[in-house]
Ligand binder design. Structure first.
Ligand code: FES
Length: 351
């Protein structure tokens, strides 16, 4: 599942962020081909303990016959073990274990009018979407509204400016800085539901947009979604990915009353097992005690790597920022957030 990849480039983007590019050997070209919006899970062992983090791919997707470029954006998170390591230690020539691209926050290039509202490092997957779309689809249009603290802390400033130069008629950019006055007359301050409700209809014909992509901290994404719903945008046109759930704005999960002596049956890579669920643990933790190959990355309900099909029984999820309503309706759950609600539960990670 993980592949050791060599780092070919590390670029400093801002004081607290870097872009890291991995070299993809020819035999893994197809494995690492990505759809714009996907992320990579990276793994590191520290004193026998495994740390995994997911980072979105910022590079445009390669054409079918082209070499994939694997470049991710990494921003330093306060006390973040992996991001500190990435910013302070990673250099060209180092090897990092990388999982193939994953995620369902996607924009496969197609004709149409698309728009994004992003905050901070939420620009990373959207940069890949906009760059791929505009280069491949001569009729497609993209409107990017980005919110950052200051110009100096803005990631991928040059890459976004480059899109504006290359596609002046089809790429619209609005930058909102929350902690800095702007000379251009553009708005400053935080982007919340009220401001977006007023700004969006002034910027673009909201009803004509085929797909909205919201990415960033929980508060911004939730505010943007509410603004769009209030403006009459159908839920099926809104796609979202949350970064930094634990910024104090996300609701805390309710405590779970689990049945005593629950048992989990799980199928993974064609092999099944049955194990008792210990008090308080998630179903992912139950599986991981016996199967270290169980898929996960964030353990926070954000990345969707641990998605599994609920074959029988019932579970209660603490939180879900990764699965679309259609996926939960179809019976998928996040194992890292699931606790048994019935004495017997069966999950299938292969479906
Ligand atoms: S491991 Fe990321 S959502 Fe479960």
């Amino acid at each position: 599942m993980f592949h050791p990849l060599r780092i070919s480039e590390v670029e400093q983007l801002t004081d607290d962020s870097v872009a890291v590019t991995f070299q993809v050997p020819p035999e893994l070209r197809e494995t690492f081909r990505h759809t714009p919006g996907q992320h990579l899970a990276l793994r590191r062992l520290v004193q026998g303990e495994e740390i995994r983090r997911t980072y979105s791919i910022c590079a445009p997707a390669a054409a079918a016959d082209g070499d994939p470029v694997l470049r991710v954006g990494i921003r330093l998170v306060d006390g973040g073990e992996f991001s500190t390591y990435a910013l302070k230690e990673l250099t060209v020539g180092d090897t990092v274990e990388v999982m193939p691209p994953m995620g369902r926050f996607l924009l496969a290039p197609r004709p149409g009018y698309f728009a994004a509202v992003v905050g901070g490092s939420g620009i990373t997957p959207v940069l890949s979407m906009a760059a791929t779309l505009l280069a491949r689809e001569p009729e497609a249009r993209f409107c990017l509204m980005r919110s950052d603290r200051t110009a100096a802390s803005t990631m991928f400033l040059d890459e976004v400016a480059d899109l504006k130069d290359r596609f002046p008629d089809r790429f619209q950019l609005v930058t909102v800085l929350s902690r800095e006055e702007q000379q251009s007359g553009l708005p400053s301050g935080r982007l919340d539901k009220e401001r977006l409700t007023a700004l969006l209809p002034a910027l673009l014909p909201v009803a004509d947009v085929d797909g909205w992509f919201l990415c960033g901290p929980f508060g911004l994404v939730q505010g943007a979604e509410r603004a769009l719903r209030g403006l009459g945008v159908d839920r099926s046109r809104i796609h979202q990915e949350i970064f930094h759930v634990d910024d104090g704005t996300a609701p805390s999960p309710a405590p779970v009353a689990a049945p005593a002596h629950a048992a989990l049956t799980a199928t993974l890579d064609g092999r099944s097992g049955k194990w008792p669920v210990q008090e308080g643990e998630s179903l992912l933790e139950t599986v991981l005690r016996s199967r270290s190959d169980a898929p996960y990355a964030c353990k926070g309900g954000v990345c969707g790597t641990c998605r599994a099909f609920l074959v029988s029984g019932e579970v209660r999820m603490d939180r879900n920022f990764a699965l679309e309503p259609e996926e939960t309706d179809a019976g998928y759950v996040l194992a890292c957030q699931s606790h048994p609600a019935t004495p017997e539960v069966e999950l299938d990670f292969d479906r």
